[in-house]
Design a protein around this ligand. Sequence first.
Ligand code: SAM
Length: 491
Amino acid sequence: MSISVADSPDACKSLGAFYTPPDVAETLVRWVVRSPTDHLLDPSCGDGRFLAAHSNVVGVDRDPHAVATVAEQVRHATVVAADFFEWANSTRVKFDCAAGNPPFIRYQRFRGETRKQALKMCSERGATFSGLTSSWAPFLVVAASLLKRGGRIAFVVPAEIGHAPYARPLLEYLMDHFRSIRVVAVRDKVFPNLSEDVWFLYAEGYGESCGGIGFSRLESFRTSASPPRARDIVSRSAWEEWNGRLRPYLVSDQVREMYRKLAGRTGSTRLGEIAKVGIGYVTGANSFFHVRPSEASRLEIPQEFLVPTVRKSSFLPQGSVTQSTIDGWIEDDEPVLLLRIPPNRDLPKAVREYLDSDEARQAQLAYKCRMRTPWYTVPDVRIPDAFLSYMSGLGPSLVANTTTCVCTNSVHAVHLTNGLSAEELVQRWRHPLVSLSCELEGHPLGGGMLKIEPREAANVVIPAVGIRLSAHQRTLIDEGIGTMRRWRHYA
Ligand SMILES: C[S@@+](CC[C@H](N)C(=O)[O-])C[C@H]1O[C@@H](n2cnc3c(N)ncnc32)[C@H](O)[C@@H]1O
């Protein structure tokens, strides 16, 4: 069944249909087209803004409404109503260049046959994406593979190209297939109504390879005949050292160099070397499994079935969760008692009755509950040594756990693995280098927030004990933090 932007805002999301400002489209086409006869492809042409900027053009879009608009308004264009991957699989046409703004559909919506075919075609072309990839990256690989030797591409891309793990196979593919690649980061929003920032990707010399990526930063988009001169040439090995991320190149060379030196100091380590960072447990039905102290006593649920838990990062105090922290939550009658029911156990009457209530019947319908046996035993409930908030304005806080408190997946659970105490880790976490490290290893979430996934938290530098900073190093750290915050729009 075909969907169209004309249907609803939700259809726009499913299609990733956000059209590019015309001056942006014209700028990309101006660079990618070198001769009036060049044959240009836009693999997801929408209403034809890229197609309008050149005469010899082919556009593809799966939205019949968009295709009808192009047919009416961009008469010189050849336009095809099709799924791009299906079309690309059978076309024999080769292009001099490709430009556009591929749909940004996250993996949760990018699914079914389209995704299957996209990932298969990419893997045949040497780019292996996991099921967690967003749609735009396979679009670029397959569009590039339709070029003639020497061909060029110029695309609007999400700023995720600078940090997402799925951008890695894309950039590897591009380095293996183009003579030169340029990524241009833009700080101001190109799409004022979207929370996602967009950057630009330029590549030329299809059929050759290169050893790195030219990277430049712009405060705001401006029309130009060619991309700004690359401020940095990020060699492939440097890019790999940064775990395939370009984001750290937003800060100055001096900041990166100082960071690398301090991270390499004797006694400094990465969080992943001294701890395991993971997500907290997932109940599937939070309001059923978390009860208020007043409710627990009304229902007469025995203490042994209840365990205090961190429900939200805003509940975390500074420093440590102690018995008095929990006493405070209990006094405020917060819903912080997790119902922990082991499997294969005779259950007291009060618990059996709760499991037979209307709320329980409702909870059992939840996907996670349906998928486990018995449905009422929440898996992976472990007492962590520390909690780590992972979505924050200023930066993630690390809080030691001196109690039997557990946590939901609203915070990360930190389990120490090499004998360091949680209190010492919290102490070392206060070092300013950690704040810079969280900025460089984490990623922006929109709305000025910084997010840190467990794999990113594992890379955070934990400085050596007592490491002293010179005034110059302190200045560079502040500069680096300031730059990264500006780029994630933290006010
Ligand atoms: C971000 S919009 C870009 C449109 C246009 N290039 C522009 O920038 O103004 C993405 C477009 O991709 C189209 N699209 C989404 N999935 C597609 C697919 N599998 N094959 C072809 N087009 C697709 C949507 O209908 C939408 O028009």
